[in-house]
Design a protein around this ligand. Structure first.
Ligand SMILES: [Zn+2]
Ligand SMILES: [Zn+2]
Length: 174
């Protein structure tokens, strides 16, 4: 057998080796994705059981006293249930209740601005609904869109407040 033929005879073997490696890394990837979805009990509020919204330290620092922030590592979850006393919790059984917040937050306190970044309140949305208009909501969306980072830092869920405003508006319009 010539040198060339020897190499050629090894090609199928090499190909199956490559396939095997690719399959293995695909499997590892799928396992990780699967495990992450199933084994993440930290995202359920220990008191009301609802799924929390993951927030980072920057958000915690804008909502809590330094002492309360220290309870958590780099991230925690915001409990979105209006009637639940838990504000933030993590998967290490740490939690901070609503009374430890630096200021009242929506929806825990329905009087608090729905968008604390721009001081936009549900009252203003109600006024739009009463007029069958959208002027105030539209103005808020425009402002919040152009400065989204503000909501990400100042809102208790660490995200844009636009979806919450839209949801409240749509529910009110019925
Ligand atoms: Zn809760
Ligand atoms: Zn906001």
């Amino acid at each position: 057998m010539s040198e060339c033929n020897k190499v050629a005879s090894k090609v199928p073997q090499l190909l199956s080796e490559v396939t095997r490696i690719l399959f293995r890394s695909w499997q590892a990837f799928m396992n990780k994705a699967f495990v992450k979805e199933i084994d993440d009990p930290g995202d359920h509020c220990p008191v009301c059981g609802s799924v929390g919204m993951r927030v980072h330290r920057l958000t915690l620092e804008s909502q809590l006293t330094t002492k309360a922030v220290e309870k958590f590592s780099d991230s925690a979850y915001f409990c979105v249930q209006a009637i639940c006393e838990v504000a933030y919790f993590d998967q290490f059984e740490q939690m901070v209740t609503v009374d430890q917040l630096l200021r009242p937050v929506y929806p825990k306190d329905p009087q608090a601005p729905i968008c604390p970044c721009f001081g936009f309140t549900c009252e203003e949305i109600d006024a739009d609904i009463a007029e069958s208009g959208v002027a105030r909501v539209r103005k808020h969306v425009e402002r919040a869109q152009s400065d989204q980072i503000c909501c990400e830092i100042r809102s208790p869920h660490g995200r844009s407040c636009i979806p919450a405003v839209q949801k409240y508006y749509m529910r009110g319009r019925g």
